[in-house]
Ligand binder design. Structure first.
Ligand code: NAD
Length: 373
């Protein structure tokens, strides 16, 4: 089986789907690997590193001789046009947001697998790119925020006076939020966090954070570990709590996502107006609409004296580690689905069923099907 690795074309993307180390591992398993020239450059992986690992470095056109194309971001229509009919691809797809791509994949009879649809089960942890990338993003969000603050995080007692610790307020204690808590604590801040899932209280506290409980949180529905949309009444209670806490915060990091939906607005424009001059908000949900009403995607702006950071691709700012981990995730999934002779998956097996989006010219994924109709 021939694997093809394309250079990412999306704006602000520095990652690449395979690292040289993972190429070596796939070569040992007798796969052939074609890597587009300079595909790894933005992750500091050179063409020579890939050839040393056993890959063939080829032109864009020649990558499409592969039986399976690996990417970080969803394939473009132009790329699909160049693929061999009946071949396959694996990447993040967010399929329900890209009906035109699904149609193009079906027309070409391409089998596609989506990295964002890997089931959140123990057996699939090594394939879970959402977690590996969110973990790095949570770390980077704290560093970015700290860089834009005019003050330090830890308590410092010096001959010239005592500096009180910075206060960090985090919304959402998923993978990114928990890493943000750990990172901010390591830097010496006082950290508070709120989440709609009450079971996160213990996790927040185990990292040294203070959990802010919203009254009524016990009634919030959770499905497969994900928060479902919450009631207007719950959101109002949460807003009251945020209004109180946000006035004291130096750094606010928002990570609240709702699977398949626009992110909830947790920080309104009026709340930003009440924040301390010089404080910072990092809106990690900006790609799916944002948790802050006035953050701007891919921009850092100052409004009402508050710096609003709307970086939409935080893992890409740590491309070495992000590509290393993503390469492990995508190759583990590939090895679950295929061997050097070809694909061997059972479409009814839980992981294959979760990630399989199109096959034999048909849209097969139940969740995506229900949204795309
Ligand atoms: P996510 O990125 O979907 O959401 C981030 C956090 O925002 C979640 O904790 C969510 O509850 C919270 N949130 C949503 N709406 C909110 C609101 N209005 N206010 C405050 N917070 C809000 O989450 P994730 O990091 O992808 O993790 C989702 C779940 O999957 C978690 O339960 C996690 O433990 C679980 N998980 C399981 C595995 C596994 O078993 N292999 C791997 C990774 C994650």
């Amino acid at each position: 089986m021939k694997i093809g690795v394309l250079k990412e074309t999306k704006e602000f993307e520095n990652r690449v789907a395979l690292s040289p180390d993972v190429v070596k591992l796939l070569k040992k398993k007798e796969f052939e690997v074609l890597v587009q020239a300079v595909a790894g450059e933005a992750s500091y992986f050179l063409d020579k590193d890939y050839t040393d690992a056993g890959a063939e470095v080829v032109s864009l056109e020649n990558v499409f001789q592969a039986d399976v194309i690996l990417k970080v971001n969803i394939l473009t229509l132009e790329e699909i046009n160049q693929m061999k009919p009946g071949s396959a691809c694996i990447s993040y797809m967010y399929a329900y947001q890209h009906p035109d791509v699904i149609e193009a994949l079906n027309k070409k009879n391409i089998t596609s697998f989506s990295m964002d649809a890997v089931p959140r089960i123990s057996r699939a942890q090594k394939m879970d790119a959402l977690s590996s990338q969110a973990n790095l993003a949570g770390y980077k969000a704290v560093l970015l925020g700290a860089n834009h603050l005019g003050k330090i995080f830890p308590l410092m007692m010096t001959a010239s006076g005592t500096i009180t610790p910075a206060k960090v307020l985090i919304f959402g204690a998923g993978v990114a939020g928990l890493q943000a808590i750990a990172t901010a604590k390591r830097l010496g801040a006082i950290v508070e966090c709120t989440d709609v899932r009450p079971e996160t209280k213990e996790q927040v506290e185990s990292l040294g954070g203070r959990f802010l409980t919203v009254e009524g949180a016990e009634g919030v529905k959770v499905e497969g570990g994900y928060a479902k949309e919450v009631s207007a009444e719950f959101l109002e209670k949460q807003q009251q709590l945020i209004r109180e806490k946000i006035k004291e915060a130096d750094l606010v990091i928002t990570t609240a996502l709702v699977m398949g939906k626009k992110s909830p607005i947790l920080v309104t424009e009026d709340m930003v107006k009440t924040m301390k001059t010089g404080s910072v908000i990092v809106d990690m949900a900006v790609e799916s609409g944002g948790n802050c009403e006035i953050s701007v995607k891919n921009e850092t702006v100052v409004k009402y004296g508050v710096t609003l950071i709307g970086e939409s691709n935080l893992p890409s700012l740590l491309p070495v580690n992000a590509s290393q981990l993503y390469a492990t995730n995508i190759s583990t999934l590939l090895l679950h689905l295929a061997n050097a002779q070809g694909f061997i998956f059972d479409p009814e097996e839980e992981i294959a069923k979760g990630v399989l989006i199109t096959q034999d010219g048909q849209l097969v994924h139940a969740f995506t099907k229900s949204i795309l109709k």
